[in-house]
Design a protein around this ligand. Structure first.
Ligand code: FAD
Length: 281
């Protein structure tokens, strides 16, 4: 769980303006990693910053014993991480967390907002291997963002991708929920006379992105009777469930009991209907 990772590649993805870097690591984590899990990376060689940084596993090459991380340089920790050189070693904890469920059959729709796309590729590849009907609906700022955030990885994997951009420079202009309503909504409302119960058996949805987007997409598909999973993001301390720095509020569907979940350990992936988004109790 705690180990060293050897840096195989470390570069910008596309235009450095978007500050997104790809880090390929040779690590034992590749053996066990599952879609939706993350690693906790020690970014500094010294004590500052002390806390590790959580980064999703964006690709898994089991035979080569490699994982890919894609991360946006955001603050001090990721800035320091961006200086790590090929050939150096990083200290990693992982694979951590509870990932996505691979549906047994049917259609899997992946929905991403911005860099929320990063944990979804391993799920898409696993679904493809199982011959599930899988596609990605991805919203972002503009064309430059997508080409600098690994769009080519999805194209190489031959996974159908539908884009929405805020400026209309690629895909549909607008947000990803509008895109979904347009492209998927009519099929869900009228498709082959399916009842809500029947749809829920065959349509699974996995969502990752900014909270507001994740919530509205989750609510939309829950209303359509789909099985929805959401990946949540909270600032994290220990990442193993001890410090309670990353709690979220959940509701048990059967008993109705409201309780606190740890994003690092119980999540980051939760069932959409269990998350109480704006709980103030
Ligand atoms: P800091 O200096 O710590 O913070 C810079 C700014 O970002 C501050 O405003 C701070 O409040 C905000 N911030 C920091 N962490 C978070 C967070 N977790 N959520 C919301 N705001 C935050 N990022 C990626 O680029 N790629 C990934 O694959 C990825 N996967 C993640 C998986 C999980 C389970 C979680 C919890 C987070 C993930 N993140 C990912 C976010 C990433 O961990 C943070 O961007 C990173 O820790 C920021 O560290 P920093 O030192 O650069 O920034």
């Amino acid at each position: 769980m705690l180990g060293k990772a050897h840096i195989i590649a470390h570069d910008f993805v596309g235009d450095p303006l978007y500050k997104i870097r790809r880090l390929i690591l040779r690590t034992e984590v590749a053996r066990e990693a599952q879609p939706g899990q993350f690693v906790h990376v020690q970014v500094a060689k010294g004590m500052d910053p002390l806390l590790r940084r959580p980064i999703s596993i964006a690709d898994i090459q089991r035979e080569a014993q490699e994982i890919t991380l894609l991360y946006r340089i955001k603050g001090k920790g990721t800035e320091i991480l961006s200086e790590a050189k090929v050939g150096e070693e990083l200290s990693l904890m992982g694979p951590l967390g509870h990932g996505f469920t691979l549906p047994a059959r049917g259609e899997l729709i992946l929905v991403a907002g911005g860099i929320g796309v990063f944990p979804l590729l391993p799920l898409a590849k696993a679904a493809q291997e199982k011959n599930l009907d899988v596609s990605l609906y991805w919203g972002g700022e503009n064309k430059g963002f997508f080409t600098s955030s690994g769009l080519d990885l999805w194209q190489e994997a031959r996974i159908p991708v539908f884009l929405s951009s805020m400026d209309g420079s690629i895909g549909e202009k607008g947000n990803v929920l509008d895109l979904l309503k347009k492209q998927v909504g009519s099929r869900l409302n009228h498709g082959e006379g399916a009842t809500q119960a029947a749809q829920s058996e065959v349509l699974s949805v996995a969502v990752c992105g900014p909270q507001v987007m994740t919530q509205v997409v989750s609510d939309y598909f829950l209303q359509k009777g789909a099985a929805v999973e959401v990946s949540l993001e909270e600032r994290m301390g220990c990442a193993v469930g001890a410090c309670l720095g990353c709690v979220c509020t959940l509701k048990d569907k059967v008993s109705g009991r409201i309780y606190r979940g740890k994003v690092c350990k119980d999540g980051p992936v939760f069932k959409g209907e269990e998350v109480l988004w704006d709980y103030e109790g």
